[in-house]
Every structure is written in structure tokens, then in C-alpha cells.
Ligand binder design. Structure first.
Ligand SMILES: [Mg+2]
Length: 231
């Protein structure tokens, strides 16, 4: 019997990755004098993942990665004006409006009458709190958790903090690596709702999926019906 339904936020309830997608198209234009599009994108992908251990997730981390790529690709020749353009790209991302995915508000309203809902998002606290604040859906949630990394330990801590039995916990998200597999590993249930713009770092290979059976729904509006038929 499910007692608590937890939701990922970025690219599960609202669009997020499209901002990064756009920025990744803009950076090679800013650095056009220094390198080819493919080389800049490859360098950015690599730098972004390498920098997680220094800065964590989020746009400020991404901004530092873009600047690092600019310095490296230009061999130190990037100008102050070009760095300023990169900073403007990041600031525009930080100020972007929150656009909910279709049916997010109705689905949450439907479920919040019957279950305790929780929002579990990872990344930069300042950024995530801003988005939660302007999302107009925060009142659907009984609990909000912003964690640095969605690891097995992070989910175990949340279950312990709220005294939730794993079998009564269902997590919904677009990332196999962050929302689904760690929850299944700690004994909870999970529903995977893919999003076309999911960051490659959030994909999981076959080894990581292992023997777990992944429950996948095409869209959020199918979730209430799925939850209703759970024993
Ligand atoms: Mg997500």
C-alpha cells in the first residue's frame, strides 16, 4: 500500500534541460573564433561531468564549466566581452520562468487529495527553492527535500527522517540513475516517466539497471490510474 508519493522536479514536473540544451547551442557561437562546434560541445560535456565533484549540480556549476571550456578552447585568448556573454547566458537561465509539463498541476491535485506528496530535487538550494517558489504547485506537497545527490543513502535518510517504510514509498521521475534505481535498491517503488531532454549523465546502462523491472509511463497524467491499481 503506497502512503507517500515523491516526485522529482526538473524534467518530471517542469521543463529544465531545454535551458541547458539551448545554452549548449549558444556557447559554440560565442566561441566561434576559437574552435569547431563539435570540439566545444565535447569539451563542455566532459568538463560539466568532471566538475560535479567540485561544484555539484545546477546552473552556477554549468556557468563555471562554460567559462573553463572558453579558456581551454581559446588557449587563454578568450576576451572579457566573451566571458561576459557567457555570464549573461547563465543569468538568463537562472531567471527563466518555470514551465510545468502538461498535466502536472491536475495530476498533483488529483493525487494530493489521497496521498501525502513529497518533492525531492537535487542541486543548488538557491536555484531549486526559486523554482519551487514560482512553480504554483508547491502547496500540493506536504514535504520538500533538496539533496546534493540522489544516492541510495540520500533516499534512506529521507525514509528514516519521515519514518516511511520503503514498501510504502513511490518515487516518480525522469532519471533512471537518480530517481528510479536508487529507490528500487532501498526497497521502494518507482515510476519512470522519460523526458526527451534528459541529460546524458542521468541515463543508466544495462549493468546499472541489473535485474530491476522498470515501471515506465509515457506521461504524468497516467500516474493516478497506475497508483490506484497498486495493491
Ligand atoms: Mg529530473
Amino acid at each position: 500500500m503506497i502512503d507517500i508519493i515523491a516526485f522529482d522536479a526538473d524534467d518530471t514536473l517542469w521543463h529544465n534541460e531545454h535551458l541547458y540544451y539551448q545554452a549548449k547551442k549558444t556557447l559554440p557561437k560565442i566561441l566561434v573564433n576559437y574552435g569547431e562546434v563539435d570540439a566545444i560541445r565535447t569539451s563542455l560535456d566532459k568538463t560539466e561531468v568532471e566538475n560535479i565533484e567540485y561544484y555539484g549540480y545546477g546552473i552556477k556549476s554549468f556557468a563555471l564549466s562554460m567559462i573553463e571550456v572558453a579558456v581551454d578552447i581559446s588557449q587563454g585568448q578568450v576576451t572579457g566581452d566573451e566571458i561576459r556573454e557567457i555570464i549573461t547566458v547563465a543569468k538568463n537561465m537562472l531567471k527563466a520562468p518555470v514551465e510545468l509539463v502538461p498535466d502536472a498541476a491536475d495530476t498533483l491535485k488529483d493525487l494530493s487529495g489521497k496521498y501525502d506528496l513529497m518533492l525531492i530535487t537535487k542541486g543548488d538550494l538557491f536555484e531549486q527553492e526559486r523554482k519551487i517558489g514560482i512553480s504554483k504547485i508547491s502547496n500540493c506537497f506536504r514535504h520538500l527535500e533538496v539533496v546534493g545527490e540522489k544516492s541510495d543513502a540520500a533516499y534512506r535518510n529521507i525514509l528514516k527522517k519521515y519514518n516511511i517504510k520503503p514498501a510504502e514509498f513511490l518515487m516518480v521521475g525522469n532519471s533512471l540513475r537518480s530517481d528510479i534505481l536508487p529507490v528500487l535498491r532501498v526497497g521502494g517503488q518507482a515510476v519512470y516517466i522519460p523526458n526527451e531532454h534528459t541529460w546524458f549523465h542521468e541515463h543508466a546502462d544495462e549493468d546499472e539497471v541489473g535485474g530491476f523491472k522498470i515501471v515506465e509511463l509515457e506521461r504524468l497524467s497516467l500516474l493516478p490510474e497506475y497508483v490506484r491499481q497498486l495493491k
